[in-house]
Design a protein around this ligand. Structure first.
Ligand SMILES: [Zn+2]
Length: 83
């Protein structure tokens, strides 16, 4: 069984899909029973989403209104996921 420190160490590779199947299953089992690690993995996932939204490919054509709406939607989703 993975420990919390193992989940923290492997979270980035887990979210990138770079882990072998047995490690992915180990993390899934751990976050199913460990609220702290589940929260940690969700937070890292949210951070990656926000960073990818705030670094658009075309800088001269950024739609700030759409960006604000995406950030608001990501925030709303994170609030509903944590219930
Ligand atoms: Zn844990």
């Amino acid at each position: 069984m993975l420990q919390c420190k193992d989940v923290v160490r492997e979270t980035s590779d887990y979210l990138d899909g770079d882990l072998p199947l047995f490690k992915r299953v180990g993390i899934l089992l751990h976050i199913a029973i460990c609220r702290g690690c589940r929260h940690y993995v969700n937070q890292v996932q949210q951070t990656i989403r926000v960073v990818s939204v705030t670094q658009p490919k075309e800088f001269d054509n950024t739609d700030t209104q759409a960006l604000a709406m995406q950030l608001h939607a990501a925030y709303e989703k994170s609030q509903s996921d944590n219930v």
